[in-house]
Design a binder for this molecule. Sequence first.
Ligand SMILES: Nc1nc2c(ncn2[C@@H]2O[C@H](COP(=O)(O)OP(=O)(O)OP(=O)(O)O)[C@@H](O)[C@H]2O)c(=O)[nH]1
Ligand SMILES: [Mg+2]
Length: 169
Amino acid sequence: MTHFILVTAGHVDHGKSSLVKALTGTDPDRLPEEKARGITIDLGFAQLNLNGQNNETFSIGIIDVPGHEDFVRNMLAGVGSADIALLTIAVDDGWMPQTEEHFQILVYLGVKKIVVALTKSDLGNVGNRRDEIAEKLRDTPFANAQIIPTSVSDSSSVATLERALVSEL
Ligand SMILES: Nc1nc2c(ncn2[C@@H]2O[C@H](COP(=O)(O)OP(=O)(O)OP(=O)(O)O)[C@@H](O)[C@H]2O)c(=O)[nH]1
Ligand SMILES: [Mg+2]
C-alpha cells in the first residue's frame, strides 16, 4: 500500500467539502460553526482508499481546506505536505479570486500534481468552462492537468475522478 496526501483547493462554495464527502462518505466539516454557517473554516480530514493497476492500493489522506479568503492562513497550513491537489472550480462560477490565490499557493509551494474537478457540472456549460480553465493553466507547471467534470449527484462522475486520481498517483 502506498500513502499519499491529497489537499483540496479552490474558491469558497465551489464544492470542495461536498466532493470529499462524495468520494469518502466523510463530511470534512467537523465544527458546529461550520455546519451552522455552511462554510469550511478550518482544515477537515477524510480517508480514501483506491485500487490501482496490478493490485496496487493507494491510501490517500485527504485534507479539506476552506475557500473563504478570510481563512487562507488555514488553507496554507494544510497544503504544505500535499502530494497532489484537487483544485475545484464550479461550472456556474468559473475561475474566481481564491481559485487564483490557491493556485498560486500550490505553484509557490511546489505541489507536484493537480487534478481539476469542474464541480457542479449539473449547473452549466462544461465545454466553455473547460476551455477557459485550460487557457488559465497554459504556461503554468500544471498545463497538462486533467480536468474532470463532477457532480455530487452523479456517482459515475465521482468514479471518473477517482480514476483520474489513480492515474496521477
Ligand atoms: N448543484 C450542485 N451543488 C453542489 C454540488 N457540490 C456542492 N454543491 C453545493 O454547493 C454549496 C457549497 O458546497 P461546499 O462543498 O460546502 O463548498 P466548499 O468549496 O467546501 O466551500 P468552502 O469550504 O466554504 O470554501 C453547497 O450548498 C452544496 O450543496 C454539485 O455537484 N452540484
Ligand atoms: Mg468546504
